[in-house]
Design a protein around this ligand. Structure first.
Ligand code: HEC
Length: 110
């Protein structure tokens, strides 16, 4: 059988896929944003880092504790802090919340 044109029946499926793609990607709102935000942190806070070290692992920490710690760093209320005070000034409350929740959800990956 000779088909002179690209099969036209494919077009509606392709169109549907293109239309659905954003919806599928958005199925978990903010999940990608959270991972992107947290990716920056993981450059220093390695998942395999010890929890008591100078740059501790953040995975599996309590969200409320992380939120409180990050806000304290942001406000310059952690006297011995170095980079984190400056770093957290670049994050707003909503982003701090997203980060705290994301790290808490990651579980302890030791
Ligand atoms: C350049 C390396 C670096 C990056 C990037 C970084 N941190 Fe830190 N983090 C540190 C260091 C160093 C400390 C110890 C406090 C200090 O010196 O500022 C720290 C401390 C912390 C603490 C306090 C830990 C504790 O147990 O008291 C938290 C919470 C934290 N960081 C979260 C984050 C988050 C969330 C991000 C991403 C937005 C991030 N850090 C990105 C280096 C980094």
């Amino acid at each position: 059988m000779h088909i002179p044109f690209p099969p036209p029946y494919r077009a509606p499926w392709l169109a549907l896929l293109v239309l659905l793609a954003p919806a599928l990607a958005g199925a978990q709102p903010g999940a990608l944003d959270a991972a992107l935000l947290a990716g920056t942190c993981l450059n220093c806070h390695a998942p395999e880092a010890p929890s008591g070290g100078p740059i501790p692992r953040l995975q599996g920490r309590d969200a409320a504790e992380l939120r409180q710690r990050l806000r304290a760093l942001q406000r310059g209320q952690v006297p011995d802090a170095t980079v984190m005070t400056r770093l957290m000034k670049g994050y707003d409350d909503a982003q701090i919340e997203v980060l705290a929740q994301w790290f808490a959800r990651q579980g302890d990956q030791r």
